[in-house]
Design a binder for this molecule. Structure first.
Ligand code: GLP
Length: 236
C-alpha cells in the first residue's frame, strides 16, 4: 500500500483524476470500478471539467459501481444510479449501456469477469472501515451479495444524504464483496477530512485481514494507492 498525502482534497482529487485519465488515454476500453459517497465528488467534478476542456473519449469505457441501496427505486435522488448520472455520466460521453450496477439478479461478479476484470477500482472508506458496503464482519471471500447496513453507517448516511432522516435510509444494499474488489488490477482509495483519521490510522497499521476492519483486506493487494488530505492523517 502506498500512501500519498496532499494539502487539500482538491490537489488529492487532481492526482486521482490523472490516474483515471492516463488509464483511459492508454486504453479507450478501460474498465473502471466506481464509488459513491461524498468523497469522490471532487474527483468526478475534475473528470467532467476535463471532458469539457480536452474531450477525453469515454464512449467505450465501461464502469462498474461498487454498490446500490436495496429497496430504493433507481429513480430516487438518493440512489447511487442517480448519484452517478448526476455527478458524472450525464456530463461525459459515456455510453449508458456501458455503466453497470450490482443488482439482485445480474450475477455481477460473472458480468465483470465476462468483461475482463476491472483495470482501476476507486474506493472510499467508511468511518468503521467499510469499503463498498462490506461492513465489519464481512468475509474475506465475499462476492457481490445483499448486505445489512450497520447502525453507524445508516446514521452517517442519514446525515449526509437523507436530511438526517434515519427512517428514510435503506437498511440493506447490494455490494460487491471483498473478493470482488480485490480482483481489480489497481485500487485507489480516497479519504478526506478528520472523520477518516481513525480509519486511515488503522489502515496504515494493517498487516493482516481483520474482519472487524474490512479495508484491512487491501494490505495483500499488489497495487493499492491511498490518497488522503492532511486532515485524514496528521501523522504521515
Ligand atoms: C458509503 C458507500 C461507500 C463509501 C463510504 C464513505 O456508505 N457505500 O462506497 O466509500 O460509505 O462515504 P463518504 O465518502 O460519504 O464518506
Amino acid at each position: 500500500m502506498e500512501f500519498k498525502k496532499f494539502d487539500n482534497e482538491i490537489d488529492a482529487s487532481k492526482f486521482a483524476a490523472d490516474i483515471v485519465l492516463d488509464l483511459i488515454k492508454n486504453n479507450n476500453k478501460a474498465k473502471l470500478g466506481l464509488a459513491t459517497g461524498s468523497t469522490p465528488i471532487t474527483l468526478y467534478d475534475i473528470l467532467c471539467s476535463d471532458y469539457i476542456k480536452n474531450k477525453t473519449n469515454w464512449s467505450e469505457v465501461k464502469t462498474f459501481n461498487l454498490d446500490e441501496y436495496y429497496g430504493l427505486s433507481i429513480e430516487s435522488k438518493a440512489s447511487y444510479h442517480y448519484f452517478m448520472n448526476h455527478h458524472l455520466f450525464s456530463k461525459i460521453n459515456i455510453n449508458k449501456s456501458n455503466t453497470y450496477f450490482p443488482s439482485e439478479n445480474n450475477n455481477y461478479d460473472n458480468l465483470i469477469k465476462q468483461n475482463g476484470s476491472i483495470d482501476l477500482q476507486i474506493l472510499g472508506i467508511g468511518t468503521n472501515g467499510h469499503i463498498g458496503f462490506n461492513e465489519p464482519g464481512s468475509d474475506i471471500n465475499s462476492l457481490t451479495r445483499l448486505v445489512d447496513l450497520t447502525k453507524s453507517t445508516i446514521e452517517v448516511n442519514a446525515k449526509k444524504f437523507f436530511n438526517n432522516d434515519i427512517s428514510a435510509v435503506p437498511k440493506k444494499a447490494i455490494s460487491m464483496g471483498l473478493k470482488s474488489i480485490m480482483q481489480a488490477k489497481k485500487i485507489v482509495l480516497l479519504a478526506f477530512g478528520s472523520s477518516k483519521y481513525d480509519a486511515i490510522s488503522k489502515l496504515k497499521k494493517s498487516t493482516k485481514f481483520d474482519p472487524n476492519f474490512p479495508a484491512s483486506v487491501l494490505f495483500d493487494h499488489p497495487d493499492v494507492t491511498i490518497i488522503i488530505d492532511k486532515e485524514a492523517d496528521i501523522d504521515l
